[in-house]
Design a binder for this molecule. Sequence first.
Ligand code: ZN
Ligand code: ZN
Length: 152
Amino acid sequence: MSIDPAPEEALTIAAERFDAAGVRMTRGRRAVLGALFRAGGPVTVDELATLLDSEIPVSSLYRTLGVLVDAGVAVRVHERGGVARFEAAEDLAGHHHHLVCRVCGRVLDIPAVPDEDAELQRIVSAAARRAGFAVTGHHVDIEGVCSSCRAA
Ligand SMILES: [Zn+2]
Ligand SMILES: [Zn+2]
């Protein structure tokens, strides 16, 4: 996705969070986090391996992602058919929504546009209020067919 805050800044925040959790920022962890920032959407472990030119074996990718999730810098999202996807934590990557392709399963980030997002938040809050619910945030998944699958 479009990186906001800048990756360097986000990596600094991540490093601070690692310190707080007593976790060391290794080269591998930094590389995985960098790849999550560059990915353009939540990725599977296999997609992550490809992004990293298979430099890190899949088994250690699982371990590294577990460490990143525990330290609060990455999250597990969109588990479908037993396949989990991972992305950088939203407070590092910036508020965004997801386009979910029903054909190939890819998930693409779309950055939240402030004006649109305020309107979205208003609609979401109104719907939640009817259920007596106080909204603190939202995540939107837009389902459909991606441009590659539409062209196929
Ligand atoms: Zn698709
Ligand atoms: Zn939003």
